[in-house]
Design a protein around this ligand. Structure first.
Ligand code: SF4
Length: 445
């Protein structure tokens, strides 16, 4: 059970030494109770207190990792129901299903699509994260062969091996155990054998239940068999069931400290109707799935799902921002245009993308507005004429360029006169209001 701040305080040294970065032991205890601090920050805590507090301050959802290396998928460690309370920790992973009954060319086609799915959006690499290989043929040898072939073709992509047949599971897991796959398919009738395989190969186990009640019984049984790392499937398949079960699970784990459901959730969104599949997957992203299994890879679907996932898993209290500096786009000569914008990441990546697309080399002055967009920064007094003038003077750009013209975003055209007043000898030109007008604007000059 979670401990209250006062209960935690009683176990701390009570010296108020501030080494943990908090003014008092009580303040630190309150942060621990809210799971907003780590016990490691206090160097003087006793071993006994560590034991009690370590358990109490562990995240309510167990951390589980799928795969190895740079592309490993981290799951769990979530501490809240709502992202306005605190950032969601690990973005939900997308896995695309490959059936071992598919032809070699079909399988290769899907694997290629996964390998080519990566896109760069506002500086982050987004991709289909894993391949879910199902033993649809029911043939253990075929399953093992397909698992080996996919692992050879996509060695860095995390794998989920789906079978309820322990013999098929053992052979397939053995072939790729070093890649730390997730073995999915432990149920009431095969739990002992599947737990034995997961334990002996030190991999995580996907628990396939048919209801929330049978799920908790299964996770408790499997934990008793010595498997700590689990991923749960409550059996929910419709959108309504997913929303209901995932919400019950997250609430029970986070609010009630129920350890039987304190594991990441896997959800199945596969549908014949791809639009419907995208909608179901969106529900999984927003409502607590750690893995969403898809039936296919489509570029339009990826873009929609990647963007939603990125929005849900950013920290709402910390705007994404880029470093304040003058960025060179292309190879600008001394007389190349100088533009200015704010340091909100999305603004920067959209504006720089449009400039790149125009093929006109430009210097882009990106000013620190604490991550606010141009208009919001202006309204908040962070993108003002005096701050822009100061930034341009301090940047040293006057020594680099042969002209004195600054192009400002059209949305803040009102600033043009004031900037000219504060930047002696400079001419201010008003650029387009929207980034999609930049290419035409630059080419027409
Ligand atoms: S470091 Fe430990 S003893 Fe010092 S103030 Fe923080 S909690 Fe208290």
């Amino acid at each position: 059970m979670a401990l209250s701040g006062v209960e935690i305080f009683k176990l701390l040294p009570k010296t108020n030494c501030k080494k943990c970065g908090h003014p008092t032991c009580l303040a630190f205890a309150m942060k621990l109770a809210q799971r907003q601090a780590s016990l490691d920050l206090c160097p003087d805590v006793s071993e006994e207190a560590k034991k009690v507090l370590g358990e109490a301050s562990a995240p309510p959802i167990r951390p589980v990792t799928l795969g190895t290396g740079d592309k490993a998928v981290k799951m769990g460690e979530e501490t809240v129901l709502f992202r306005h309370d605190k950032k969601f920790v690990h973005p939900c992973a997308f896995a695309v299903e490959v059936k071992d009954s598919m032809s070699d060319s079909e399988i290769n086609g899907v694997v290629e699509q996964v390998l080519n799915s990566e896109i760069d959006r506002v500086g982050q690499k987004l991709r289909v994260d894993a391949i879910f290989i199902s033993n649809a043929s029911g043939d253990a040898g075929k399953f093992e062969g397909v698992v080996k072939a996919i692992a050879a073709k996509a060695p860095a992509v995390p794998l989920i091996l789906s079978t309820t047949n322990p013999a098929a599971a053992e052979a397939a897991v053995k072939a790729v155990a070093d890649k730390k796959p997730l073995l999915y398919g432990a149920n009431e009738s095969n739990a002992d054998a599947m737990a034995g395989i997961a334990k002996s190969h030190k991999i995580s186990l996907g628990v396939a239940a048919t209801s929330l009640d049978s799920l908790t019984a299964l996770t408790e049984k499997i934990k008793g068999l010595g498997v700590e790392d689990m991923v749960m499937d409550s059996g929910a398949r419709t959108a309504k069931e997913m929303l209901r079960d995932n919400t019950y699970i997250r609430r029970a784990a986070v609010k009630k400290g129920n350890k039987s459901v304190g594991y990441p959730v896997i959800s199945f969104a596969q549908r014949d109707d791809v639009m419907l599949e995208t909608l179901i997957a969106s529900l999984g992203i927003t409502k607590y799935s750690s893995i969403v299994v898809l039936s296919s890879v489509e570029r339009w679907k990826n873009l929609a799902l990647f963007t939603l996932r990125q929005n849900i898993y950013t920290d709402p209290q910390v705007p994404l921002q880029v470093e304040q500096k003058i960025y060179k786009i292309g190879e600008p000569s001394a007389d190349a245009p100088l533009m200015i914008t704010s340091n909100f990441s999305l603004t920067y990546f959209i504006v720089s993308g449009e400039i790149e697309g125009s093929k006109v080399p430009v210097r882009l002055a990106v000013m620190d507005t604490e991550g606010l967009s141009v208009l919001t920064g202006w309204a908040a007094g962070k993108f003002t004429a005096s701050k822009i003038a100061q930034f341009i003077k301090d940047s040293g750009i006057e020594n680099e360029i042969s002209h004195r013209e600054l192009i400002i975003p059209g949305y803040v055209s009102i600033l043009s006169g004031a900037i000219e007043d504060k930047l002696a000898g400079w001419k201010v030109t008003v650029g387009p209001r929207e980034a999609n007008g930049i290419a035409v604007f630059l080419k027409s000059r």
